[in-house]
Design a protein around this ligand. Structure first.
Ligand code: ZN
Length: 197
């Protein structure tokens, strides 16, 4: 019977994005849990690079968990998702650019694809492949954290180290959430320091 429903409805892509500490993974887990309660077959993936909390689960900062498969690249998702009706992908910003086509393929196969990830890096610049996924998604949710400086809704991730690599894995030890007014991009920070000298 479920197959009849699937034949009638086509697949689609949902993107959940925002800064760190904005509840992206929590929202992803909420949606996937509801699908599981409806007895839909769910497959969940995360990139192997992100093992901050757990190898076999996606875990939100508030410690909610769901069993997931860690994969080395986006290509490995399709073969492992063939039986699934709903595909969840966490920390999408750590995947290769091929993730965009993988999501398209899965949606074209009639699957509901839910992708969560950072939309901007620590410089406040768009973080691929999320921007491209936003363009092709049917549904977009922007989640907001709360600015640690002023309490406004926060859209930016502030890195509190001098590291200049785009990907530096960490949590509250390295990063905090900032609003537009309180976010200090790294270059600006350097200039301000030079002025002080
Ligand atoms: Zn602020």
């Amino acid at each position: 019977m479920m197959m009849d429903v699937l034949h009638k409805h086509s697949g689609w892509i949902e993107v959940i994005c925002g800064s760190m500490f904005s509840g992206k993974t929590e929202e992803l887990i909420r949606r996937l849990r509801r699908a599981q309660i409806a007895r839909q077959r769910v497959a969940i993936f995360k990139p192997e690079v992100d093992n901050r909390y757990s190898e076999k689960e996606i875990v939100s900062h508030s410690d909610q968990k769901l069993a997931s498969k860690a994969v080395r690249n986006s290509k490995q998702i399709i073969n492992n998702a063939l039986e699934a009706q709903v595909v969840g992908i966490d920390e999408a910003q750590f995947f290769d650019p091929g993730l965009v086509d993988v999501c398209k393929t899965l949606a074209n196969m009639g699957k509901r694809v839910i992708v969560a990830g950072l939309d901007m890096d620590y410089r406040g610049e768009p973080f691929e492949p999320i921007p491209k996924l936003l363009a092709i998604a049917e549904y977009i949710t922007k989640t907001h954290a709360i600015c640690v400086v002023c309490g406004n809704p926060a859209n930016y991730t502030q890195r509190n180290t001098k590291d200049t690599a785009q990907v530096v894995i960490g949590a509250a030890d390295i990063y905090d959430a900032r609003c537009r007014n309180c976010f200090v991009p790294p270059e600006k920070e350097t200039k301000q320091e030079n002025k002080n000298k």
